[in-house]
Design a protein around this ligand. Sequence first.
Ligand code: C2E
Ligand code: SIN
Ligand code: SIN
Ligand code: FE
Ligand code: FE
Length: 377
Amino acid sequence: MYKKELSPEDLLKIIFDYTAKIASERKLNGVLVHMADMGREMILSDRCTVWLIDEVNKQQYTTVAHGIDEIRIPYGTGLVGSAIVSGEPIIVKDAYNDPRHNAENDRKTGYLTKSIISVPFRNNNGEIIGAFQAINKLTEVGYFTSRDLELLSLAASYAGKSLESVMLTQEIVDTQREIIFAMGEIGEVRSKETGNHVKRVAEYSYVLALGLGLSMDQAELLRTVSPMHDIGKVAISDAILNKPGKLTAEEFNIIKSHAKIGHQLLRGSKRELLRAASIVAEQHHEKWDGTGYPLGRKGEEIHIYGRITAVADVFDALSAERVYKAAWTLEEIEKLFHAERGRHFDPELVDVFFAQLPKLLEIRQRFMDTENKQDQA
Ligand code: C2E
Ligand code: SIN
Ligand code: SIN
Ligand code: FE
Ligand code: FE
């Protein structure tokens, strides 16, 4: 029932496995989970958590704890807080004999903390940004030793560097996300499509992407960028965009330019997010049979993000009232998707559309356009 200390070979394997996993992980939460797992396995503790500092709220928090949810405590409290504030690691054989221990979590969870080790880590500027904390040694001696301290310090020196770069990336991605959403809304307001169009298209695209078997990462990326599909409409005049009736051929040609314009606005960035947004802006009016615009791409020449957004966009356009058309009934919409299977739309995606229809309708209901119709006109 007690565990035996690991051999150097075992340790190397753990370190190599986890550093590879961490290096390929882009999400902060994913990195934290891998780090906590690595720490726990390296030093044979029952639990291990990675704590970060929330400077704004003067707290320290952990999003992943083995068997527990996010915990937030005031900055500097508990043993882990003492390690963070002092910059020095702490080893304690029995937490209940140490006044720095914060027993509140034990009281809440019914878990019994005995031995603890806490090791702070620093970013590339040498500033402390968090700490590892492992609880309850699983070997017969039952407490952490200087060997554990060396091992966890090794993990901590690696953690500080990786975490900083992931957090910076995360911040850039968050910023891009906000910009994209704001731009999508600009396009939307201009064409008098009320409040929730971009949100619905985002959620529909996400559900369709997952239904088609794309990865969670890709589905989330598409959810972020699909609201941008009509950003090129910023360049189209109000008179045409909001014309109550049918468009002349010439007017429709002008509107069609929104796909190319959107593509031009967004292309040229190396950022994955903006590149994906550019694809969606360009290709959301292409049709599977090659009769769409701007380029008349056919079948799988159309990027999967474009094919998915096309389904989401048309489903939403038909469901809603536009200045130029009334909302369609569900029956009429279903008929169109059957008829356009393999014509306008990727046939496989139409199958996914019908399979996911209950979820799509639930989203449509959840983000329904209510009141403020008048405000728009
Ligand atoms: P939108 O209103 O967002 O519509 C997106 C797409 O949904 C349309 O792309 C079309 O594929 C589909 N769709 C929307 N309404 C209908 C419909 O009543 N019947 C059918 N079969 N499909 C429909 P499309 O046709 O390339 O149009 C692109 C954009 O051009 C539209 O975006 C809208 O802003 C504008 N537009 C198209 N037709 C008219 C029109 O008759 N009057 C006005 N004012 N604008 C139009
Ligand atoms: C402490 O570090 O003493 C409290 C935090 C915890 O037990 O997880
Ligand atoms: C929408 O697509 O958000 C609604 C369109 C409209 O209200 O005309
Ligand atoms: Fe469009
Ligand atoms: Fe649209």
